[in-house]
Design a protein around this ligand. Structure first.
Ligand code: FMN
Length: 258
């Protein structure tokens, strides 16, 4: 048990890979173990697309905001929320289909995310490393075309996998009082947790070179802490940062209409 806990607590994302191939056997272990994840109402409302083709990975790297690790990964997985397969099941039975409801969008998105989490853990358990890629939603129309995604399917996240060049760093996390509340929600406990997390991140220098560009914060002279970074991130109204295209894209796919 302690080794499982040690393993779970040793997670760090990997973005640099040696180029060593991932065997087909390991690829199948990753996806079959991902499929053991819980799935809402046993609906299996997700699909995983495995990409090994160099040209496709190169294109995806560009579409995800020029993320080099995608092109250099041995295997790139795309986790899709998928209501299309279920729509085909309904069609076969000649039943109506409620794929346009927000709740169904949530069900499918959560299913895809749970599978993704387990896929990454499995790859790590097999000695590989990887990183989740929200950048897959930067240009979702192009991604959908490239991967031949039908309506009612959208890419929730990608995942670069490979053998890491070096042991990934274990990044600090917010003190537990910031995210775990007993019995009732209260914002009293997270204030202190945020202050100490600010210090941890600042001391570790994790945000050096990753500063969110000043918009109207030119007067700010304080430390560039996690809270400064996150507040700037959340203040941004840049369509690229907010992926403002997502709502229209999802509606066009037949999702989130009700
Ligand atoms: C849904 C999701 C999307 C992410 N997208 C990206 C991404 O596009 N590019 C990237 O380099 N890291 C991405 N990450 C990785 C996070 O930046 C990383 O998990 C976080 O900084 C914590 O670091 P750690 O995973 O090493 O502990 C993503 C993580 C999640 C959960």
């Amino acid at each position: 048990m302690s080794s499982i806990l040690e393993f779970l607590n040793s997670h760090g994302s990997a973005r640099k890979f040696t180029g060593q191939e991932i065997t087909e056997e390991d690829e199948m272990t990753i996806v079959t173990t991902a499929e053991r994840s819980p799935t809402s109402s046993n609906l299996h409302a997700y699909s995983i697309i495995g990409v090994r083709e160099g040209a496709t990975k190169l294109k995806l790297a560009e579409l995800c905001g020029n993320q080099e690790h995608i092109a250099k990964s041995s295997l790139f997985l795309v986790f899709c929320a998928d209501l299309y397969r279920l729509s085909q099941v309904a069609k076969e039975k000649d039943y109506r289909f409620s794929g346009e409801y927000t709740e169904m969008f949530i069900v499918a998105t959560v299913d895809a995310s749970l599978a993704a989490c387990r896929a990454l853990m499995t790859a790590q358990a097999l000695g590989m490393g990887g990183v989740m890629v929200g950048g897959i939603r930067n240009n979702p129309e192009d991604v959908a075309e490239l991967l031949n995604l039908p309506d009612l399917v959208y890419p929730v996240m990608g995942m670069s996998l490979g053998y890491p060049e070096s042991e990934p760093k274990v990044k600090p996390r917010m003190p537990i009082a910031g995210i775990y509340l007993r019995e009732k929600y209260s914002d009293a406990s997270f204030q202190e947790a945020i202050r100490s997390f600010d210090k941890m991140i600042d001391d570790a220098g994790y945000l050096k070179g990753r500063e969110v560009e000043p918009e109207n914060y030119l007067d700010y002279t304080g430390e560039y802490s996690w809270s400064e970074h996150s507040a700037r991130r959340m203040a941004s109204e840049k369509p690229t940062v907010l992926r403002a295209h997502m709502r229209e894209f999802l509606e066009k796919r037949g999702l989130l209409k009700k």
